[in-house]
Design a protein around this ligand. Structure first.
Ligand SMILES: [Zn+2]
Length: 408
């Protein structure tokens, strides 16, 4: 049988990438860490650690620091991550706005700008996006010292492997090859992904699910989206989409959804649906501090927290419906933690109590026993989700290799 040398080369390169990724991740998560500790934790030979850390040092991804030993004597050299040398541009495209942010590698936002987005076609959005990035680069040229990537997230079905936008609710797209287009224009690695899935990833890297392996994030905004993290990795199917929770039926007699079915979760809990219900009840004479002219979701949350009966009932009802869908997800995925994101979380106590009530009656006891339910600790209007895609490619080694192989 012929020996496949091509495979061998591929495997050797993959092994190299995985080893570099493992060391970089250990340094991020356990710094300051010595070379000896790195060798022990990674099970790699000390010579390999010396080689890998030398290259990471050369590319200014890590730095050495002196740590004073508790036993006295000479300080020991340890390694920490260096976050301020490279930067990444992260963009969140929502239905009405574009959020463009500059991050360093420690996920620190260095600059941000939020601009309204009009009803554009694919081509118009593309041109707009390119000119926006160009302008942002000009404005932030002092802060952008070494740009290593641009990441874009948006709602819809986004093929992050092929770099193609298959569907996004606010723009009519035809297999929009956004990655290739931005790569040609800006000549840096480009990442694209679904906004809520990316937010789930961000929560697992920088937020409240950092310490668990399996978690679910559900975001309520104009729609309902979710992301599932299993073994600290984003769950993806062949279509790069997963868990369209918004179209789980939670009310058989509910209103018709844009998808054609009746009583979808989305129609019960999105901001717009809560606001519409508030308005209707106010018009019918329900007594509340809310008024027909001021019953936006943030006011509803604020008054619910102050004990306004109508506002409280609206959040409670949304929470119970959300809890029905969360219970189904808990029964299927058995996560350690569920995180809720969106404006509705401005009323955390009422919301989480209602979600918990539904969960109590509709999920298996053994699966919910140690389950933690939290509100997101991240700002879901920031572009942190997009930055999580950059972090993901550093952690899987692919972007790391691109930096190491860059001769400049
Ligand atoms: Zn639906």
């Amino acid at each position: 049988m012929a020996f496949n040398y091509l495979n061998l080369v591929g495997n050797a390169e993959l092994m190299k990438q995985l080893n570099y990724a493992m060391i970089y991740r250990l340094i991020i998560q356990q710094s300051p860490i010595s070379r000896i500790q790195l060798a022990e934790s990674s099970q790699l030979a000390p010579a390999s650690i010396t080689k890998i850390t030398r290259q990471l040092l050369n590319k200014k991804l890590i730095k050495e620091v002196d740590i004073q030993q508790s036993t006295g004597g000479r300080p020991a050299v340890s390694i920490v991550a260096k976050f301020d040398y490279y930067q990444a541009i992260s963009i969140q495209l929502s239905r009405s706005h574009v959020m463009i942010e500059l991050y360093d590698l420690g996920a620190k936002s260095l600059a941000s700008k939020r601009i309204p987005l009009n009803d554009f076609t694919q081509q118009q959005t593309q041109n707009y996006l390119i000119s926006l990035i160009e302008l942002f680069c000009q404005e932030q040229q002092k802060k952008i010292k070494h740009l290593i990537a641009i990441a874009v997230v948006m709602p819809g079905v986004i093929d992050s492997v092929k770099g193609i936008v298959r569907y996004t609710p606010h723009i009519h797209v035809d297999n929009w090859a956004l990655c290739d287009i931005l790569k040609t224009k800006f000549d840096v690695p480009i990442f694209i992904g679904n906004d809520v899935q990316s937010l789930a990833l961000a929560e697992s890297y920088f937020g409240s699910t950092q310490s668990v392996e399996d978690s679910i994030l559900v975001r309520v905004h104009r729609g309902v989206g979710s992301g599932v993290i299993i073994n600290q990795q984003l769950l993806m199917n062949h279509n790069q989409s997963a868990c369209e929770v918004g179209h789980i039926q939670v009310n058989e007699l509910g209103e018709r959804c844009h998808c054609g079915n009746f009583g979808c979760l989305e129609n019960q809990v999105v901001n717009n649906a809560i606001e519409k219900r508030a308005k209707l009840l106010l018009e019918q004479g329900y007594r509340s501090k809310l008024t027909v002219d001021k019953c936006d979701i943030l006011t509803i949350c604020q008054l619910a927290n102050q004990g306004d009966e109508l506002a409280e009932k609206l959040i409670k009802s949304a929470g119970e419906n959300l809890g029905r869908a969360v219970a189904m997800m808990v029964n299927i995925f058995n996560p350690q933690c569920v995180v809720v994101a969106g404006e509705i979380t401005k009323s955390p106590e009422i919301l989480l109590n209602a979600v918990n009530n539904a969960l109590y009656s509709q999920s298996l006891k053994q699966l919910r026993e140690n389950l933690i339910i939290n509100c997101s600790s991240l700002d879901d209007r920031s572009a942190i989700g997009a930055f999580a895609l950059v972090q993901q490619s550093l952690f899987d080694g692919s972007l790391l290799m691109a930096i190491l192989e860059n001769k400049s």
